[in-house]
Design a binder for this molecule. Structure first.
Ligand code: PLP
Length: 421
């Protein structure tokens, strides 16, 4: 069989399951209102939670950084790519996490995917057992696959299950690996309980705070600040392409761990450092996150979140037959679980026709039968924006409700048949 025929058959299968993905072209920058494929849409899909991607001071700092440092970094960090701007970023992060991690030091990466790969493959050697949470981000799952360590999965937020697994483990080094905020559910990992287990079983806790950084905690330092955690067992991964509004990622951990990553993380050693202009701009982004603007934006996010959540609860109560549900989300990620792939894509298309972009998320990103609209809020949305979304969802729900089959039609039919014998 030719490769092209082979791939065409696979692509046809993807389409048949309503799983085909495609690119959309943004014609303007990231913002609540963005022109996409030539049309302005109200967006509920970016992870730019604080609206910093569109903040003039951040763009200006990026331009200033480019004027000062030029374009790319030219080499990997250990060769010549590590600039004073890079160092200022990791120094700031080391200071931010000093209250949470004794002898904290930070190391930078170009993306969160790379940072996760570095931590999990470098620390997950043959003496290690990795305990990986069921709903972890794909980058952590891929990293665990590449690691030489034994990998054991534990259930979502299942602290008791993890305890049993830790008790049974004979590994020299135990690494618990979890998202802090689950990216498709918007709920928080029980980090205090996980850290208590780490202490009890001499394990280490890798926390991927991609969606907590900038958003959680009074100063925006993320889930460690939110929960008030402090331990040398904490290994924090933060990403800078989401709430920080730019690009990149970091690992903050005890200095010995960071020194080891510098020696052993192949994707740190053999990959070009990020452009210094981005690092320069990150310093402005950090100042905004911890300053009054960040405080005000986090407060607005909390207000919008409350408004959206209340509206979604009311919508679900009005239309019980649709079987829609919410997750335990307590963050700007507020998914509306629909169920089937085709249904969620039809709903996303109806919203898009009404001028709103809310992505439908399907397997394998989420479990089969739990396809969902992943609604994300940005601090620069307005209450009127959230109302517009709720109104459009309300219209779509009313239409679907009018045409939906009675709930559990197949089950009641089966029951009726079994009664009649
Ligand atoms: C987005 C994300 C990443 C990857 O970060 P990038 O900087 O986009 O590569 C890692 N983990 C989680 C939980 C994420 O949501």
């Amino acid at each position: 069989m030719s490769l092209l025929d082979h791939l065409s058959a696979k692509l046809a299968a993807v389409s048949a399951q309503s799983l085909k993905r495609s690119l959309r072209r943004a014609d303007t920058g990231t913002a609540p209102r963005q022109t996409v494929n030539g049309r302005e849409l109200l967006m509920f899909c970016s992870n730019d939670y604080l609206g910093l991607a569109a903040e003039p001071a951040v763009a200006e700092a990026l331009a200033e950084g480019a004027r000062r440092w030029g374009g790319g970094s030219g080499a990997s960090p250990l060769v010549s790519g590590h600039s004073a701007a890079h160092e200022a970023v990791t120094d700031t992060l080391a200071r931010w996490y000093a209250p949470h991690i004794p002898q904290a030091r930070a190391i930078g990466f170009c993306t969160g995917y790379m940072a996760n790969l570095a931590v999990v493959t470098a620390l997950g050697d043959e003496h290690t057992e990795i305990f990986s949470e069921q709903l972890n981000h794909a980058s952590l799952i891929d990293a665990a696959r590449l690691a030489k360590a034994r990998v054991t999965r534990y259930g979502h937020a299942d602290v008791a299950g993890l305890r049993t697994l830790l008790e049974a483990s004979t590994a020299q080094v135990k690494l618990i690996v979890t998202d802090a905020v689950f990216s498709m559910d918007g709920d928080l990992a029980p980090l205090p309980a996980l850290l208590a287990l780490a202490n009890e079983f001499d394990a280490w806790l890798v926390v991927d705070d991609a969606h907590g950084f900038g958003v959680l905690g009074a100063q925006g330092r993320g889930s460690l600040e939110h929960f008030g955690l402090r331990s040398e067992r904490l290994i924090l991964v933060g990403t800078l392409g989401k709430a920080a509004g730019l690009a990149g990622a970091f690992v903050a951990a005890h200095t010995t761990i960071v020194e080891y990553l510098l020696q052993a993380a192949r994707n740190f050693i053999f990959s070009t450092a990020s452009p210094p202009a981005v690092e320069h701009a990150l310093l402005t982004s950090f100042a905004l996150i911890e300053g009054p603007l960040g405080t005000a934006r986090r407060a607005n996010l909390a207000r919008l979140q409350g408004q959206l959540r209340a509206g979604l609860v009311a919508l679900i109560e009005r239309h019980p037959r649709l079987g829609w549900s919410l997750t335990e989300a307590t963050t700007p990620i507020q998914p509306l679980v629909i169920g089937g792939n085709a249904e969620v894509m039809a709903l996303a298309a109806a919203l898009e026709a009404a001028g709103l972009r809310v992505p439908g998320i399907r397997p394998p990103t989420v479990a089969a039968g739990t396809a969902r609209l992943r609604i994300t809020l940005c601090a620069t949305h307005t209450a009127a924006d959230v109302d517009q979304l709720l109104t459009a969802l309300g219209r779509a729900a009313a239409e679907l409700d009018a045409s939906a089959p009675p709930p559990h039609a197949d089950e009641s039919l089966a029951k009726a048949l079994s009664y009649t014998g």
